[in-house]
Design a protein around this ligand. Sequence first.
Ligand SMILES: [Fe+2]
Length: 390
Amino acid sequence: MSPSRINESSLVVTPIKHAADKKCTIGAIITGLDLNDISDEDLATLKEAIHQYQYVMIKDQHNLDPVKHWELVTRLDPEAPQVHGHGTVKEFQKTGGLLSKRAVHGLPAAPNVRLIGKGYQGEDHFGIKDFTAAGASNDYHRYPPSAESFAAGNTQFQRWHIDAPLYDREPPHFTALRAVKCPVGPDIQVNWDDGSGLSMKCKPGQTAFVSNTQLYELLSDEERMLAENSWVEYAPFPYMWIENCKGRPNGLGLETEGKEHKMEEMPEWEPEKIKTYPMVWMRPNGKKALQIHGIAVRKMFLKATPTSEVQVVDDVVKIRELLHSWQQRIIRPEYVLMGPVEEGDVQMWDNWSVFHTAVDYPDHYGPRSMHQANLGASDSPVGPVPIPVS
Ligand SMILES: [Fe+2]
């Protein structure tokens, strides 16, 4: 498809042309936009493009002001609480568990914009002094590549996920991830390391994406019926619950080793803050996404048909088995989009319809500096079938 102007906006949206061997359907490149000075009309166009393409890369935002970065995500959901999707840095460090094991900094000029990345960030990175980031690392995996293999450029997907606290706050609609500094060097290789023999090459420092609307379409009719009528309950402080667990080699889900905290070991939680979401989330374009954050699910409520009895599943082995059998269908090289990110790009995605993951790379490629912003949505995901009120 050729570049097109939509809504008579000044920005240009160009769908990403995927290689002939790809089945990936998502992604667009946006040019002609200055996020420091974005009109309401361009903002509406941007939002529409993200919903349509699920992932966009906005080029040439080298001088983006962190305050404007934060304003961008708040303007996209003005009714939402005006704080990062995971709350303040202080709250996050207290209950972020698995996600907050490494130091997290907000930018002094805009504390809800988080610095994430890897390696030395310089003497003064937007006011953060002498910070060395310990970012996404294969040490999250139960079976990571050996040190020699990793040094030679073999790696794994970190953790396929939605940006979502899944307790108290709602999942952000959009994340805006700005690439300030990218590592450089030859391609690395992501290996599935799960016996499938699958692998794919990519530049170091990229984020990978898959479409969960496409995943929904890969389900059989029977599975779709089950997914549409079923729902999941997430654990209280879910990332704390699984803080001692390790990831599977393909980055999808957790190894089951009985390392989840027992509920009595968890800090006191408020039952009304527990999140119960449908398995299938309706999207503004009428599509349906199988949007289940498997690692954080504590209970499944299964209904094979609209009139079936509810089957409650609270055994994590069974929960993970079912979700993995579905979700692994999209975690294949032909469906994975590796954001072709360059310094100055701002990547944004429809966090309610994709999974994404970081990919670790050897230190010698140099540091990676990313600024990430999102805010918990003002509304909750809605499924094709309402969850019955108990
Ligand atoms: Fe993320």
